[in-house]
Design a protein. Structure first.
Lengths: 264, 265
């Protein structure tokens, strides 16, 4: 029995590795054994709390279904889907990465914008560098942490610096380019960086007593747009569509509670 | 001969299948990388500024880490191989821990020790001397040293244990001082183990990722070593990520070749 379990574990691992090489490479049949009414949703890290709650509500409204979330940076998630990861619904923090799945990946249907988000300056509690505005980020010795280029939050932050005309001075203060905004906040909580740029919604109740949000004026702020869509090739088309509709419908209240703006 | 043939004949089929799967497990990702590497662009990618900067930084970080691992590792290996004191087993277990610890946990631990605000030592360093380690190349070196140090200690300790102590004894009866014996007898005899310790800890330091990005951050030219460059390129230029990965694999392969017949058999 144990030997069988080991063999099975190996087969499923190898079969997973084969997914990369195209549909013909994987011959294992155990890996494709999917539970009925199991939905896999890849969603931007910034959606972690709101979507976890929406997922529970969706499961309650659709007995017998199980929603599995895969949270991560939108660019990474899009890359996984383009490589053939079995994902039913994709929710991105920027249209760019939805475009990637639509044009370079398996393609999508039922695409819609479901939320918007604003950027904010986030500082460790106590604000050691005394940051009050975007301009303060350009002062000497301010240690600024951003999400890396390519990550929506990182690209939005750089775009905002350009529009505010502080690009060069602010980027000179960057000490680290992080995987996503959660990683930016981790660096701030540790207290080793002075400021970071993230979404307003990233300061969740779990971290709100350890970091402080400094709002950015609307005229220089960048509004992030979040698209959601059903990924082509899903085995659960109806359920996936149902989830997208749920996010656009009942889910809106939850998203608002977590600080997201309604779609335009 | 006959018995070995018999044994070979009796290899259970299930073992053959599982063994083949085991090889596939390691070979498939390597094959995938090989096939996905954009060979026509490799030259251009590896000579790009990003790659060269990361390569230069990686060489500095890995070499410094290997040197520190050796300088601190040899005395520790000596104490573990030849000293007798209470808690030796505990010390050895402690030293090996980074080898089996998730690197991101190592990074969190390094933050807890050397972070500028709440670090055990880091807060003090910052308050008294204004020294901040996080986000510096020194932090990348520290992270790389943390994970490569155990390898150096283990290999050096094994070397010291395998040493024929009569050689050293003969030298000292002939009037050689302890330092002379160490310099002219012990270290030369341990040459292969020292080389293996340096190469292995260097290779481990070169591949360090999790502790580095958690503790040192990710900034080109300062803390972005090759693995971090792979990680960042994966998001913006996947082909470049594959090319840099291939470079790291070639280096790893060279390390195995260099150690063949010496430390590994």
């Amino acid at each position: 029995m144990r030997r069988f379990a080991v063999a099975l574990a190996l087969v499923s691992l190898v079969a997973t590795a084969c997914l990369d090489d195209g549909p013909n490479a994987g011959s294992g049949d155990s890996a494709s054994a999917r539970e009925e009414a199991d939905l896999t949703v890849s969603a931007a890290s910034s959606l972690t709390d709101a979507f976890t709650e929406i997922g529970q509500a969706f499961e309650a409204a659709n007995p017998g279904t199980a929603v599995t979330f895969n949270f991560g940076p939108s660019d990474g998630l899009a890359g996984q889907i383009d490589q053939g990861a079995p994902v039913d619904v994709f929710a991105s923090a920027s249209p760019t990465w939805m475009d990637s799945v639509q044009d370079d990946g398996p393609g999508v249907t039922d695409r819609a914008v479901f939320a918007q988000n604003r950027l904010a300056i986030i500082v460790p509690v106590g604000n050691p560098a005394g940051i009050q505005s975007l301009d303060d980020l350009t002062e000497d010795h301010v240690q600024l942490v951003l999400a890396a280029e390519g990550v929506p939050a990182g690209d939005y932050a750089r775009e905002m610096f350009r529009e505010a005309g502080i690009s060069e001075a602010a980027l000179a203060n960057v000490v680290s380019n992080e995987e996503d905004v959660r990683a930016v906040i981790t660096k701030l909580i540790a207290g080793d960086a002075d400021a970071g740029i993230g979404y307003v919604t990233d300061v969740t109740p779990a971290v709100s007593n350890r970091v402080t949000v400094i709002p950015i004026a609307d005229e220089v702020n960048v509004i992030a747009t979040y698209p959601i869509a059903v990924v082509n090739g899903t085995q659960e088309v109806d359920l996936a569509k149902g989830f997208v509709d749920f996010v656009l419908g009942d889910g809106q209240r939850t998203l608002a509670e977590y600080g997201f703006l309604r779609p335009p | 001969m006959a018995s070995s043939a018999l044994r070979r004949g009796r290899t259970p089929a299930v073992f053959v299948v599982l063994a083949a799967l085991g090889v596939a497990l390691v070979a498939l990702p390597l094959l995938g990388l090989l096939l996905r590497t954009p060979w026509s662009r490799v030259g251009e990618i590896l000579t790009s500024e990003t790659a060269l900067t990361a390569l230069r930084l990686s060489l500095v970080v890995a070499t410094t880490a290997a040197a520190i691992s050796f300088v601190l590792g040899l005395p520790l290996a000596w104490v573990l191989a030849r000293g007798s004191f209470r808690g030796k087993t505990f010390v050895r277990a402690l030293i090996v821990l980074p080898l089996v610890m998730p690197p991101v946990v190592a990074g969190v631990g390094l933050l807890a020790a050397f972070g500028r605000r709440s670090g055990l030592v880091g807060a003090w360093l910052y308050e008294w001397f204004g020294i901040q380690l996080t986000f510096t190349t020194a932090a990348a070196v520290l992270a790389a040293t943390f994970v490569s140090f155990p390898l150096a200690v283990l290999v050096l300790e094994a070397g010291l244990r395998g040493l024929d102590e009569r050689l050293e004894g003969a030298a000292s009866t002939l009037g050689a001082s302890r330092w002379y014996v160490l310099r002219r007898v012990t270290l030369p005899v341990m040459g292969p183990q020292i080389a293996a310790a340096l190469v292995l800890s260097w290779a481990r330091a070169l591949g360090e990722f999790g502790a580095t990005i958690t503790f040192a951050g990710n900034l080109q030219g300062r803390t972005q070593t090759l693995p971090l460059a792979v990680f960042e390129r994966l998001q913006t230029d996947p082909e470049a990520a594959f090319a840099i990965s291939m470079l790291l694999i070639v280096v790893a392969f060279a390390v195995i070749l260099a150690l063949r017949g010496r430390f590994l058999r």
